[in-house]
Design a protein around this ligand. Structure first.
Ligand code: SF4
Length: 242
């Protein structure tokens, strides 16, 4: 999909569509050229379930930064068994302990240079995954209400960075719709969600913390910095967007 007018028409149509219809359209459009990414975060089970209902063998790209919560691995294994997921884990090339030492990061629970750490341990593995898998399109779970930085995203966007289309079926869903979907299909949340973690990335406190009532879903991410995205959902790594 590269003709701008077609994308605009689709995006208008998808504003009123159920996410499952967007997933079905994506499979009809891209076939085996469709992959998806998952962080196995708080409510990742919803899109994983939709995608595997339509395309059971879809490649699910997960980035292992070396700093994930043990509960994330537990959740991934639970969903892998439950949904027979075809998970492709792309790991950082760096040894997690050696990286901290070499980067001068003296406290494992706090990153002084978040941009550098995300570039090496998060973005490089995802860039490598997309270069190796060379998909025609990529399903991702971002939602507009998660943060201001995601409020303007569209259901179908061409990503020059990955040279493929980025499809975001859940854009218009909020926590209530996600909850109803998970409940209807007897799907679990990430085990840390009950402890106030509504957006879950890496385990240093500088990168993920529980949130309090009234805060945005993603306000627990890099909460002591201006950073709002790890970067993999951006079309470029312009630091102004991070
Ligand atoms: S989220 Fe934190 S620990 Fe994870 S890659 Fe980014 S800076 Fe490093």
């Amino acid at each position: 999909m590269s003709v701008q007018t077609d994308i605009s028409t689709l995006n208008e149509l998808f504003e009123k569509s159920h996410p499952m219809d967007v997933v079905k359209w994506a499979y009809a459009e891209y076939g085996d050229g469709l992959v998806m990414s998952s962080s196995f975060g708080a409510d990742s089970a919803a899109l994983l379930h939709m995608a595997t209902q339509v395309m059971p063998e879809i490649k699910v790209v997960m980035v292992d930064t070396g700093y994930l919560f043990p509960e994330t691995w537990q959740f991934m294994e639970e969903l892998r068994r439950r949904l027979s997921l075809n998970v492709w884990v792309y790991r950082t090339r760096r040894d997690p302990i050696a990286y901290l030492r070499e980067a001068g990061e003296t406290n494992p629970q706090f990153r002084q240079d978040i941009l550098a750490c995300c570039a090496v341990n998060k973005n490089e593995p995802f860039d490598r995954a997309m270069a190796e898998l060379n998909p025609k399109a990529w399903l991702r779970g971002i939602r507009r209400r998660q943060s201001d930085s995601r409020a303007q995203r569209q259901f179908v966007e061409f990503s020059p960075r990955y040279k493929c289309d980025a499809i975001s079926p859940l854009l218009n869903w909020g926590g209530r719709e996600i909850h109803q979907y998970l409940k209807a299909h007897d799907l679990p949340y990430h085990p840390l969600r009950d402890k106030g973690y509504l957006s879950i990335g890496c385990n240093p406190l500088s990168c993920t913390r529980a949130i309090t009532a009234g805060e945005d879903e993603r306000s627990g991410r890099w909460s002591e910095s201006n950073k709002v995205e790890c970067g993999i959902n951006l079309n470029s790594l312009d630091s102004a967007q991070l």
